[in-house]
Design a protein around this ligand. Structure first.
Ligand SMILES: NC(=O)C1=CN([C@@H]2O[C@H](COP(=O)(O)OP(=O)(O)OC[C@H]3O[C@@H](n4cnc5c(N)ncnc54)[C@H](OP(=O)(O)O)[C@@H]3O)[C@@H](O)[C@H]2O)C=CC1
Ligand SMILES: O=C(O)CCC(=O)C(=O)O
Ligand SMILES: [Mg+2]
Length: 414
């Protein structure tokens, strides 16, 4: 494939899929997108950490060959104002695994979120965001070590679909007329209108992935999070379809919470994953008061977005909140946070969210030694009191370092 601006390194080999599994050489080509705002600062720092950790783990036997891909403001400057060049999508499909920095989305108008578009275009249907506590990281919780939970957020449906009609437009008036006259709906004049599609297909593939993850990783429960008491046929249906997939496809490996109590007196049988559900509003409180009860959360798009940032606060904040957008094979890793524009170009913010998103990427390609090295060097760096501003402001006597300085300190401790 020939590209206008993207250069695929000739020294590496592309990852392929064989027999439903990734085939990764010792010299894989991985894509990266620098991103907007703080993106360049954190990407620069994280790339150095990843390369150093790979070198440390494999002593030159393995090496990543990076291919820079373009989205957002950098892309617009190169592709005649195109923030979302088609060749970047082609390259991600071709390379299979990539990592991206955050991308800016204008509020209340302008272009649609490039992040959401990317997830939809590549059908990256599961947004996977682990909440893991690392010793020494400052947290507002009394027992942050009790937080150990992975959010599986549906990434392609819900109000993020972009089916919205602006107040005053002909399309809005047409839909409002239909809803009032044909469907008997009542709402205030000139209301903006949005549609919230939640399908059995979209729900089941997400919940299936969450349950499979719980089984593969020996996690005791999967909690379906929803506001199904109010939005019965979207959020309530998500809950019902979630239980259905558990029952029909994982009947031998799962039990419901009702069965846990009615048949097993509250004692989970060895090897069974408990499927339960919680209404979204109480979920925010439960994750603060009794986080140890939750291990995997399966959520729709909006609830998962809100929960991701709220729960990240429990384990250190947006500076340490990694994630992945996953299809069955293609995966694009990215931090949970955005472009934090007030810190853009200041070499100030914490690169750990992106760095740990990279750790997830290395685990995905089977290079687990790299993620283990990064985790232990991170813990040592924080234990030595060397941290970026976000941790420093919550710690006594810490030494605040810039983004690049944190990467230097971590690399020294690999
Ligand atoms: N996947 C993506 O690309 C995402 C993109 N966005 C986009 O990003 C833009 C800004 O969104 P906004 O709501 O401000 O959210 P952000 O996540 O960009 O920033 C909010 C706050 O989180 C803290 N923060 C974020 N990143 C870091 C970091 N690496 N280290 C330390 N602290 C960090 C800062 O807190 P403090 O002020 O306390 O220092 C920052 O002001 C918007 O255009 C939004 O659409 C948002 C989320 C995801
Ligand atoms: O696309 C965006 O700008 C925001 C997306 C977001 O907040 C998220 O995916 O967590
Ligand atoms: Mg978000």
């Amino acid at each position: 494939m020939s590209y206008r601006h993207i250069k695929i390194p000739e020294t590496g080999q592309k990852i392929t899929v064989e027999n439903d599994r990734l085939k990764v050489s010792d010299n894989p080509i991985l894509g990266f997108v620098e991103g907007d705002g703080i993106g360049p600062d954190i990407t620069r720092a994280a790339l150095r950490v990843w390369d150093a950790a790979v070198e440390k783990a494999y002593g030159g036997k393995r090496k990543v060959h990076w291919a820079e891909l373009y989205l957002g403001e950098k892309a617009a400057g190169m592709y005649d104002g195109d923030y979302f060049p088609a060749e970047t999508l082609d390259a991600i499909k071709d390379l299979i695994v990539a990592i991206k920095g955050p991308l800016t989305t204008p509020v209340g108008g302008g272009f649609r979120s490039l992040n959401v578009s990317l997830r939809q275009e590549l059908d990256l249907y599961a947004c996977v965001r682990p909440l893991e506590y690392f010793a020494g990281v400052p947290s507002p919780m009394r027992h942050p070590e009790e937080v150990d939970c992975v959010i599986f957020r549906e990434n392609t449906e819900d109000v993020y679909c972009g089916i919205e009609y602006q107040s005053g437009t002909p399309e809005n008036k047409k839909l409002a007329k239909f809803l009032r006259e044909e469907m008997g709906c009542e709402f205030f004049e000139d209301a903006g209108l949005g549609i919230k599609p939640i399908s059995p297909f979209g729900t089941k593939r997400l919940v299936r992935k969450a349950i499979q993850y719980a089984i593969d990783n020996n996690r005791p429960s999967v909690t379906l999070v929803h506001k199904g008491n109010i939005m019965k046929f979207t959020e309530g249906a998500f809950r019902n379809w979630g239980y259905e997939v558990a029952r029909e496809e994982f009947g031998d490996q799962t039990i419901t919470e009702d069965e846990l109590w009615s048949k097993y007196d509250g004692k989970r049988p060895e090897g069974k994953v408990v499927i339960n559900d919680r209404i979204a509003d109480i979920m925010f409180q439960l994750m603060q008061l009794r986080p140890a009860e939750f291990h995997v959360l399966a959520t729709m798009n909006l609830n998962g977005d809100y929960l991701s940032d709220a729960l990240a606060a429990e384990v250190g904040g947006m500076g340490i909140a990694p994630g992945a957008n996953m299809a069955d094979h293609i995966a694009v890793f990215e931090a949970t946070h955005g472009t934090a524009p007030k810190y853009a170009g200041q070499d100030k913010v914490n690169p750990s969210s992106l760095m740990f998103s990279g750790s997830m990427m290395f685990e995905y390609i089977g290079w687990t030694e790299v993620s283990q090295l990064i985790a232990s060097a991170f813990t040592k760096t924080v234990a030595d009191g060397i941290v970026t501003y976000d941790f420093a402001r919550q710690m006594e006597g810490a030494t605040e370092v810039p983004t690049s300085g944190f990467a230097d300190a971590l690399i020294e401790r690999l």
